[in-house]
Write a protein that binds this ligand. Sequence first.
Ligand code: S3P
Length: 421
Amino acid sequence: MIIDKISRARGALTVPGDKSISHRAVMLGSLADGVTEITGFLPGADCLSTIDCFRAMGVDIDVNGDNVTVRGNGMRGLKKPAKTLYTGNSGTTTRLLCGILSAQPFDTEITGDASICKRPMGRVTKPLALMGADIENEYCPLIIHGTRLCGIEYDMPVASAQVKTAIILAGLYADGKTVIREKEKSRDHTELMLGAMGADITVDGLNITVGKTDRLSAVNVAVPGDISSAAFYMVLGSIMPNSEITIKNVGVNPTRTGIIDVLNDMGADIALHNARESAGESVADIKVRSSHLSGTVIGGNIIPRLIDELPVLAVAAVYAEGTTVIKDARELKVKETNRIRAVVDEFKKCGVDITETDDGMIINGGKPIHGADFKTYGDHRMAMSLTVLAQLADGVSTLDDADCARVSYPGFFDDFYKLGK
Ligand code: S3P
């Protein structure tokens, strides 16, 4: 696909629902007693994989655009699936399922696409094994022999909401208490949703305690727009001249807003309006206007608050005057692709002054770049970040696989080019 260029970006839009919250609403709704009505659901490929897996375990789920109805089977109501559960490209589906399936009275096998089969699952299978789980393999396909679990105390070695959630979900079934201690706070959508559904869960700073929970009560979930999708417009609106974009109804849970802090620190003009609470999650409209940006250092405990936004923040760094250092971001290596390598290799193709480091990258920005033939590595966030990058380049750029954007943002290109009209 040729990446068309726009000369400015103006207008208002809503982005599709938050991916993390959409997954959790289906999973927890499936385990709840009662009916969960989800509005604003993300009908992206990843969340549809979650729906397929729970349907395969006997849960009645209706999908109508971004409205989803889940008729929960209760904590003990899942059925043994007839075949291997297929999680597609979705790390969240795969890892969170491990926590639930470990405690079921049946065995399951899960696997996903080529990317999923390369992503480390030991980070969930190891703590789950401490709880008594019986899981074969550290890479997909995983074979999970359901069994009785017991609570553990666990210090998280990496900041990962997927790992944390897998342990929390197993903890709902385990005898005794499960205590998880985070070093850095990762997204807390699971804790918020479980609290609203009446689970035995308490959060005290970086410590989470979960008790055995026999019953979750269904709650309706209004999913806000995904800040990770809004991120592309926050950067686009900042780096394009004469631009002003309003992204309405975006989830601004403080565990997710690192991108706003960093961009404003770089000199961006981003403001939140109409801030409100919706089902325990913070929501706001985000307004962004063109600005001059300066290089910065992105590292330390802000990283979990913007981990998925680092590829597009690297685009902001290309535009910014001066040097941007991204560090403490080793986790990027185990995302849908190695996002440090992918960003560095692709950005180099169009003349960006960028150096790979062990835990991130260094970008000297504010220099002219030229068009290039980009590869996405099948990674949705690479496809969308490179589309924003191409706007800064002289000449024509192409993308080898624009379609992969549908993993988290079906309709991205339509929304993007509407802003340029
Ligand atoms: C997610 C957690 C993050 C994030 C991913 C979604 C979640 O992954 O990168 O896109 O919904 O819990 P890690 O848990 O690996 O950091």
